[in-house]
Design a protein around this ligand. Structure first.
Ligand code: NIG
Ligand code: FE
Length: 414
């Protein structure tokens, strides 16, 4: 049996449980000093304090944490991982005052990435996404949700999902695939949106589900993109075929996306910058996780989502990157952790839950990921830090040192 021992852990900090933690429980972290973790076949089999198992003749890999901080591997529960090209040309437009929705209406934005993604080969998309995953891993991220949505035609949407599937087979990260054919209306259907929605609901969703290419279905519910009514229809079609609903809601304007979550049983609502009280209440009622994306707020020069009101209403908050070539071309989740504390006013403990257990729950993987407990996967980070607060405090530095996935060392930064 393959064993791994991580010993001499100065502080082990982890949320506890197999489901999302909301309200006061979001800030309840277990902190163990002078701890060790034993993993067998990639799963945690024992956690203890004090000297731990005898190192002499230990039958496996023994890793000295050097008295430092250990947390669960970070979970990035919202990314648009697979895309062709970049959009640095929009940076100048932005600086001259063009808004995100104006750029999209001009045929830029998502639609320009759609062109680049359609013309890229599967191999090219895969190489590019792989580079991004390797960079994420270097920041301590060990699980990632990845959306399609830059194809907007059957072939390219499937190509994006195939890329995610083949990366899952080779990369040491857990990937959760989401079908997002409703990311924008493709130019071909500009005059015929009903037909595009019909294709999504009656042809593409059934095929994606049948080929098991995605677990979730997501819609960009936004002014000028898809209405709340259209979003409901698409997400219900997904549900009918076994795809769990997620929704991009209230990113720029509140048009009723968050309010849909309770009736749809959405696992998560994402962005929520402009979320209203009625949206927060719907999420609380539906047990929906609010997946917040502070780097996108920063990059768009927008407000920050009302995270404290959500926590007070008992809504579990996750924090993710939103990595994509438009509204957030960055994937450093540690930077999002700093912003979560400073801009959402999360405590470091609430923030840790947001980037581990609640992210895992938003990917329907809280039974095996997101905390360091017996029976969970041995995914963890040894940090260049002694204290939890040190992580959000050191703005912009990469503090992850050793990244461990299923009990194996997959990245060392020092
Ligand atoms: O989450 N909001 C929609 N989708 C992305 C942006 C995609 C893009 O600009 O390419 C987001 O912000
Ligand atoms: Fe997004």
């Amino acid at each position: 049996m393959h064993k791994t021992l991580i010993y001499n852990i100065g502080l082990l900090a982890t949320p506890v449980g197999k489901s999302a933690r909301g309200g006061a429980a979001q800030g309840e972290i277990q902190k163990l000093e002078n701890a060790w973790i034993l993993a067998e076949e990639g799963q945690i089999s024992e956690i203890g304090q004090g000297p731990g198992p005898d190192l002499e003749g230990f039958p496996g890999l023994a890793i000295d944490a050097g008295g430092r901080l250990v947390t669960p591997g970070l979970v990035d529960a919202h990314t648009h991982l697979v895309f062709g090209g970049w959009r640095e040309n929009e940076f100048g437009l932005k600086l001259h005052g063009a808004s995100y929705l104006e750029i999209l209406a001009m045929g830029g934005g998502i639609l320009s990435t759609v062109k680049a993604t359609r013309s890229a080969s599967e191999e090219e998309l895969k190489e590019k996404a792989k580079e991004a995953l390797l960079e994420m891993l270097s920041y301590g991220v060990t699980a990632v949700e990845a959306k399609s949505g830059y194809g907007l035609d059957r072939e390219t949407e499937l190509k994006q999902l195939q890329v995610i599937r083949s990366l899952q087979a080779e990369m040491p990260l857990d990937l959760a695939p989401t079908f997002m054919g409703a990311h924008a209306l493709p130019p071909e259907y500009k005059e015929n949106r009903e037909e595009y929605i019909r294709l999504l609901c009656e042809e593409w969703i059934p095929q994606v589900a049948q080929e098991k290419l995605a677990e979730f279905c997501d819609v960009f519910c936004e002014k000028g993109v898809f209405t709340a009514e259209e979003s409901r229809k698409i997400l219900e079609a997904g549900k009918k075929h076994g795809l769990t609903p997620k929704i991009h809601a209230d990113e720029i304007e509140a048009i009723g996306g968050a309010e849909l979550t309770a009736e749809l049983g959405a696992i998560s609502a994402e962005h929520l910058i402009a979320c209203r009280e009625s949206g927060i209440q719907a999420m609380a009622k539906g047990g929906t996780i609010a997946c917040l994306l502070p780097m996108t707020s920063f990059y768009l020069g927008a407000d920050f989502a009302p995270a404290r009101a959500m926590i007070e209403a008992g809504v579990p908050v996750a924090v993710a990157s939103d990595f994509n070539p438009g509204s957030c071309p960055g994937l450093n989740l540690q930077l999002a952790m700093t912003m979560a504390c400073l801009k959402y006013r999360l405590t470091p403990e609430e923030m840790l839950t947001a980037v581990t257990l609640n992210g895992a729950a938003a990917m329907n993987r809280a039974d095996k990921l997101g905390s360091l407990e017996v029976g969970k996967q041995a995914d963890l980070v040894i940090w260049q830090a002694q204290a939890l607060e040190y992580l959000p405090y050191r703005l912009g530095s990469n503090l992850a040192d050793v990244v461990i996935k299923k009990g194996e060392i997959v990245r060392v930064n020092s």
